[in-house]
Design a protein around this ligand. Structure first.
Ligand code: PAF
Length: 284
């Protein structure tokens, strides 16, 4: 097989998954918005170890973008994505249109509290409602055994875990470690927005988080450590810093000092790119 099969409708997706099920095969889903990079490939490769067949979805989801955000200019390259998915071992690409995903007159939402509150939920208030809606739909459309998401979007991962549990959706949610460039920058489709000078400065976000995580795991109080991390990020040339926060690793409730597994999360602007990153913080 030298081209990846592509389906564009829920009916065709379900027909393929049903055929696999009849053959006794298990199915993994890797939801994406395309513009695929090595981080996505790691998700697909991981999915291949978790199930017999792997479906990747590519859908730039309009409901998770605010009108002023980058929905229109979000990078799109279906042919390139399909070639990369095939090379990574994916078996099927699901690439629905906006009309296929969202029926006219749609009036149902999926609202998540808890882990969706604060952090990116404050700065992109529409985002997690849109993510919850589209991921719920993708789960119900594909009904996979397992779905794989990156820890790069850690808050998103915890939101998906929460509503999947709350709604009794019979899909196992698997989180995969962040894939980084050699200099530490977390891989992201939005890194394509960085100019050469911005790209050279961007790894400072991860460096600041790593340094802060070491201090926090030694028992330091969060306040001064987070302020020092913000100063380091600003000194590296980031414009506005949306947040640098310490949260409980499971619930994402704010944490003042690390006593159980925590997560340090940040979002900051480098030029036109809003970069997010996070690192684990464990007690020393
Ligand atoms: O992480 C992403 O690419 C998207 O938010 C997702 C999970 C595919 C939903 O549109």
């Amino acid at each position: 097989m030298d081209t990846l099969p592509i389906v564009r409708t829920v009916a065709d997706l379900r027909a393929q998954v049903a055929a696999w099920r009849r053959a006794g095969l298990t199915v993994a889903l890797v939801p994406t918005m395309g513009a695929l990079h090595a981080g996505h490939m790691a998700l697909v490769e991981r999915a291949c170890t978790l199930a017999d067949k792997v479906v990747a979805s590519v859908f730039v989801n309009p409901t998770q973008f605010a009108p002023h955000e980058d929905f229109e200019r979000y990078p799109r390259d279906e042919a390139g994505d399909a070639a990369k998915l095939l090379a990574a071992g994916c078996h099927l690409l699901y690439a629905p249109s906006v009309a296929e995903m969202y029926a006219e007159g749609r009036c149902t939402t999926v609202a998540v509290g808890g882990p969706a509150e604060g952090l990116c939920g404050t700065f992109r208030p529409q985002m997690f409602g849109g993510v919850a809606l589209v991921v719920t739909k993708l789960f119900l459309q594909a009904l996979p055994d397992v779905a794989v998401f990156g820890e790069k979007d850690y808050q998103q991962l915890q939101v998906i875990r929460r509503f999947t549990r709350d709604l009794d959706i019979p899909v196992r949610v698997d989180g995969a470690p962040t894939v980084r460039e050699a200099d530490g920058l977390a891989m992201s489709s939005r890194n394509a927005y960085l100019g050469a000078d911005e790209r050279a400065r961007a790894p400072a976000l991860y460096a600041a988080l790593t340094e802060a995580a070491a201090a926090l795991s030694g028992g330091a109080a969060a306040g001064p450590v987070l302020e020092a991390a913000k100063a380091r990020i600003a000194a590296a040339g980031f414009g506005s810093i949306d947040y640098v926060e310490l949260r409980d690793a499971d619930t994402l409730a704010p944490v003042g000092r690390v006593e159980r597994p925590a997560r340090l999360l940040a979002a900051a602007w480098m030029g036109k790119a809003r970069l997010i990153d996070n690192v684990p913080v464990v007690t020393a």
